[in-house]
Design a protein around this ligand. Structure first.
Ligand code: SF4
Ligand code: SF4
Ligand code: FES
Length: 217
């Protein structure tokens, strides 16, 4: 069994015992320090760091860095909040929400949604007013027996895809297309029920928002 050395790090002025080499995001979360995150996957050695929400300042680094990619080292000194961090996180969040069909009261993720948590923790608004709404006009895929897929609530975090490929080992879904057309879809962009999806539900459990939600029984 691999035993990792413990080290001491400082987050927001408080010392923590941490596992050397663990990514900072998970160390912080395990110790009750919240850092916004959507795309992070703990088991992933090389995270894509696509959501740009987990920025922190670390002594010795000129600019803020993503906590999901930084390995914990002895003596690391971290600040989860600063003017620069707050600006980066606020901008990334606003961009994300300009592409999101908001309607929490009628959403299956209401109350457990990571977007709601980020907004609450960081004092951000879910409803964007400055940016033009870019939400695509696409119907909800209700074809599976057990769950639905609402593309207009997808934040492109890729967690469902990772689980489908690495845990369920099916390979039914992926992130397809580029730029504004990027989306999570089955191969061939068919309805879920017409794909190789086995409806194991692991992707639904991995979704941090209301894009993949179980149907009510
Ligand atoms: S995904 Fe989250 S923020 Fe979006 S409508 Fe659902 S509960 Fe609200
Ligand atoms: S469906 Fe959910 S888990 Fe999959 S990419 Fe979209 S937001 Fe992430
Ligand atoms: S969790 Fe770090 S960039 Fe998304």
């Amino acid at each position: 069994m691999k035993i990792s050395r413990t080290v001491t790090i400082t987050i927001d002025g408080k010392e923590y015992i941490a596992k050397e080499g663990q990514k900072l995001l998970w160390t912080a979360l395990e110790n009750g320090v919240y850092i916004p995150h959507l795309c992070g996957i703990e088991e992933e050695e090389k995270p894509a760091a696509g959501c740009r929400l987990c920025f922190v300042e670390i002594d010795g680094f000129l600019n803020p860095v993503t906590a999901c990619t930084q390995k914990v080292k002895e003596g690391m000194v971290v600040r989860t909040r600063s003017k620069r961090v707050d600006k980066l996180v606020g901008t990334a969040f606003e961009l994300l929400m300009s592409n999101h069909r908001l309607g929490c009261a009628r959403c299956g993720a209401n109350g457990r949604c990571e977007l709601q948590k980020i907004a609450k923790e960081r004092g951000l608004k879910l409803k964007t007013s400055r940016l033009r709404s870019l939400v695509p006009e696409v119907p909800v895929d209700e074809s599976p027996d057990k769950f639905t897929y609402d593309q207009t609530r997808c934040v492109l975090c890729g967690r469902c895809v990772w689980v489908d490929h690495h845990k369920a080992k099916i390979g039914a879904i992926g992130l397809v297309r580029r730029g504004m057309s990027r989306k999570m879809a089955t191969f061939g962009e068919t309805a879920m029920a017409d794909s190789s999806c086995t409806q194991c539900g692991m992707c639904v459990e991995a979704c941090p928002v209301g894009a993949l939600t179980f149907k009510e029984k």
